[in-house]
Design a protein around this ligand. Structure first.
Ligand code: SIN
Length: 548
């Protein structure tokens, strides 16, 4: 039997309401809305978002957006930092393209009304791990995503050719004769609905929710990646899940990101005994200087793996961020959101060490796209976290994600508009066959229980450090759950999300088993070295089908 089944649910074009548009955009984060704004007003654009338009991963971004904005910095520096963090797997051409376009995209955001923080009348620039220069623009201190999304949503709302539908959940991409022709979605008032589009852009974000510990909001369930896979688009590099080193850890509470910019402004990482474990054993005065690329400001993969090792060695469930040596007024002014959240747990961040541990943050792999954002499936484009453009290699440099969303979002918008314009202006329903429902009912599946079990398993067996034995155990469990849950028909979002999470987890585990080396965010304790001769420059494409 083909696995997974092509569609999640039964549907027939004769039984669903229809909607026609020139370009359909799935996802209302920064990539999706930037794509919409790049499409000329002569075309109809429909943007669908799963929750409220305000609820996207982009809106939770704290640190900022990377771009060469200071005369002391150079494009070459940003390019080199990105390539270095990417651990040999970046596509240099894509890196150059994004880095060179970043300042212009930041300028567009300012024109859209984003109020970035300023110092002495100039854009304030902060530092983050892996960056050789201060080049991160930020807003509202530590709420960059919130401010950027406010401005871009407002701009999209003003554009009469852009229609925004919220609470519209992607079920599957529709394909006909090898082309993507739109999507099957679910809307609470209408039920299932077919949206037919000349071109479709996926900007549906990542899959952090596949881990119990994550910085992502509950919407990040990999729906776009899973739907693209079922529709026949190529996905790659799914072993590279980036763990953010510092997520607030208070047992029993939900996890909250503590921005990398906190270390950028000088915070130390300490173990439970107060030791700065990111320093070398006998630090020289140079090691003690707050220096890019050293100690706490090394790239994210290195810091997250060091924290994991430190927690193992000290047998303590977290490490601590220490800001007590920094000027208190500056700390409160620079990090008002973090300060407020920590206060709810009785922590004064200017005095008290903040308990943190790594959490799943960003899926580096995804739908393979070329430098214009086109996927391997005709008619389908992808931008932002859902995609794998070659910018991030094996480990994304901090604050390079919003900028990728902007550059590739705009490229997808332009490309899709051009492709749609070249197509006949006919709105007809392709003669798709009625999709036969999976035979088994899903009534007996405890969706919450299976989702929680999957998320715990991923932390235990497919976390920051992996090895063959635990990966095989994970594969066995996930395969069993897939067999049980993927051939059934669910009738609601939670069920479809579970099916998407299971599928993506399988692809991730399979890729992690296959890559017998350690590189970037993928650390195998049984293959702890980078193996250039075997794996250098090699991406891992997901197989087109999986054994059931
Ligand atoms: C952060 O503020 O640390 C997150 C920024 C990012 O993921 O690039």
């Amino acid at each position: 039997m083909a696995f997974p089944p092509r569609y999640l649910t039964s549907f027939g074009p004769r039984q669903t309401p229809h909607f026609f548009t020139d370009v359909l955009i799935i996802g209302g984060g920064i990539a999706g809305l930037r794509a919409a704004l790049a499409i000329p007003a002569s075309m109809n654009v429909l943007v669908v978002t799963k929750d409220s338009i305000k609820e996207s991963n982009s809106a939770y971004a704290q640190g900022g957006i990377a771009g060469v904005m200071s005369p002391e910095d150079r494009f070459e520096n940003h390019i080199e930092d990105t390539l270095k963090a990417g651990a040999g797997l970046c596509d240099r051409e894509v890196v150059e393209l994004v880095v060179r376009e970043a300042p212009e995209q930041i300028g567009d955001l300012i024109r859209f009304g984003t109020q970035f923080d300023k110092e002495n009348g100039q854009l304030a620039l902060t530092q983050e791990g892996g960056h050789s220069h201060r080049r991160i623009v930020h807003a509202l201190g530590d709420a960059t995503g919130h401010e950027v999304m406010r401005a871009i949503i407002e701009r999209a709302r003003q554009a009469s050719h852009i229609r925004l539908w919220d609470r519209t959940c992607l079920i599957d991409l529709l394909t006909y004769e090898g082309q993507c022709v739109g999507a099957l979605v679910h809307r609470p008032r209408f039920g299932k609905m077919s949206i037919w589009a000349k071109q479709t852009i996926l900007a549906s974000g990542g899959v952090g929710v596949v881990y119990r510990e994550t910085t992502n909001p509950p919407i990040a369930t990999g729906d776009g990646m899973a739907a693209a896979y079922r529709a026949g688009a190529q996905l790659r590099d799914m072993e590279f899940m980036q763990f953010h080193p510092t997520v607030l850890y208070v047992a029993g509470s939900s996890r909250y990101l503590i921005s990398e910019a906190v270390r950028g402004e000088g915070a130390y990482l300490r173990d439970v005994n107060g030791r700065r474990f990111m320093l070398p054993p006998n630090p020289t005065p140079a090691d003690l200087r707050p220096d890019p690329g050293r100690a706490e400001l090394q790239p994210r993969d290195i810091v997250a793996q060091a924290i994991f090792q430190c927690m193992e060695e000290t047998q303590h469930p977290n490490v601590y961020l220490d800001l007590s040596h920094l000027p208190p007024e500056r700390v409160h002014e620079r990090f008002p959101g973090i300060s407020k959240v920590c206060r709810t747990f009785g922590l004064d961040i200017t005095r008290d060490p903040i308990p943190v541990r790594p959490g799943a943050h960003y899926m580096v792999g995804g739908v393979t796209v070329d430098s214009r954002g086109h996927s391997t499936l005709p008619g389908l484009w992808a931008a932002g976290e859902v995609s794998s453009s070659g910018l991030h290699g094996a480990n994304r440099l901090a604050s390079n994600s919003l900028v990728e969303g902007l550059v590739f979002g705009a490229a997808c918008g332009r490309g899709a508009a051009e492709a749609a314009r070249a197509m006949p202006d006919r709105f007809v329903v392709p003669p798709l066959e009625y999709h036969v429902p999976p035979c088994e009912s899903a009534e007996r599946v405890d969706v919450t229980d299976m989702t929680n079990s999957l998320r715990s398993l991923m932390v235990r067996k497919m976390g920051i450090v992996r090895e063959r034995k635990s990966l095989l155990e994970a594969e066995r469990s996930v395969r069993f759950w897939c067999r049980y849950a993927l051939g059934r028909e669910f009738r609601n979002r939670a069920g479809w999300e579970l099916q998407n999470l299971l599928l993506i987890a399988r692809l991730m585990i399979q890729a992690a088993l296959e890559r017998t080396e350690s590189r970037g965010t993928h650390f195998r304790s049984d293959f702890p070295e980078r193996r250039e001769s075997e794996w250098g420059q090699r991406h891992l494409d997901c197989p087109a089908q999986l054994p059931d």
